[in-house]
Design a protein around this ligand. Structure first.
Ligand code: ASP
Length: 325
């Protein structure tokens, strides 16, 4: 007996996330392959061709989505020209580059690191937290010690370019986060592999010149990133405080569970921010992907873009926004 996927999710427990989905009574419902219209697919925040290409390299060879999103996130992390992520990231107001990242797989497993210093690829440390520890999140020196024990090397992440900008900032030391800084903030990347499994990753150096010890939304499961293999995935970029206050990525996924499209869910999550919080000079953007490979995005302010790779190639999309130009 065939049921619609929605009815199935509402009325049954998913026993397997493999090819065949079965209800509690053991009736065959349908297959992931039949459900999936546009897989594999990967979507990332901002203009991130390098990240998408690395992720697509994995997905196009029938690799796992968790490997794809990690591979994708590592590209801006290792790129000194990207001053919002990893190596070359802008420091906090004390001059320290402190990194936040999290990762989530199709089984609901997750790992995160916060306030991690001296390690170029926090997303890979987050994955080790997920796979090698009984915990979800490690922070600061504990995260660093764990990374070193796992074989990561200690490096100076403050490049000359970011150091120079920081020294210029110190002259006035005014804390004014810029909207859409350089059009490539935090990278959030979500994907579905050819088995229909979803994963996501999110990595950032956080807000430039943030207070020492400040943690944003990006490493917080449910805020910066959320994945539910039955429904879809969402990731956030922009002012993390607003995202954390509204548990944004979890909200987007739960709205999709209630029947909204990825676009509608991102829009409603943005509207919750707009209705309750001060959005003066603030950007927040969400991207979302449902289980069938449909994607959508919405942001508070214009100029949020996102990158999609699927069988048809790679494309940068403009997001709709609450405020317009
Ligand atoms: N969401 C990040 C944070 O608040 C910043 C960003 O996306 O640029 O740390």
């Amino acid at each position: 007996m065939k049921q619609t996927r929605r009815k199935f999710i509402n009325s049954s427990i998913v026993i397997t996330t493999g090819v065949i989905l079965q209800s509690c009574e053991g009736k065959e419902i349908t297959t992931n392959k039949e459900l999936s219209k546009n897989i594999p697919i990967v979507v990332s925040t901002w203009k991130n061709e390098g990240a998408n290409n690395a992720a697509w390299e994995v997905l196009s060879k029938n690799g796992k989505s968790i490997d794809a999103v990690e591979a994708g996130a590592r590209i801006p992390e290792g790129d000194p020209a990207d001053q919002s992520v990893g190596y070359g990231g802008r420091p906090d107001r004390d001059g320290n580059v402190t990194l936040d990242a999290c990762i989530m797989n199709h089984l609901g497993g997750c790992g995160a690191v916060t306030y991690l210093q001296h390690i170029k690829h926090p997303i890979s440390v987050a994955r080790k937290v997920m796979e090698e520890t009984p915990h979800v999140m490690l922070s600061g020196d504990g995260a660093l010690q764990f990374a070193l024990a796992q074989g990561f090397s200690k490096e100076n992440l403050l490049t000359e370019a970011s150091k120079k900008e920081y020294e210029e900032w110190l002259v006035k030391a005014e804390y004014k986060p810029k909207v859409n800084i350089e059009l490539h903030d935090t990278i959030g990347i979500i994907g579905i592999d050819s088995d229909g499994n979803l994963s996501g990753a999110c990595t950032t150096s956080g807000l430039a010149y943030k207070m020492a010890g400040r943690i944003g939304d990006s490493p917080i499961i449910g805020a910066g990133l959320y994945v539910d293999n039955e429904i879809g995935a969402a990731v956030a970029t922009g002012m993390g405080e607003l995202v954390m206050r509204s548990v944004g990525s979890f909200l987007v996924v739960e709205l999709m569970r209630q029947g909204m499209s990825p676009f509608e869910a991102c829009k409603e999550a943005v509207m919750r921010i707009v209705r309750k919080q001060d959005i003066t000079d603030i950007q927040v953007g969400y991207i979302a992907l449902d289980k069938n490979g449909n994607f959508g995005a919405y942001s508070v302010k214009p100029d949020f873009v996102f990158t999609v790779s699927d069988q048809s190639g790679i494309k940068i999309h403009d997001s709709e926004s609450y405020e317009t130009k």
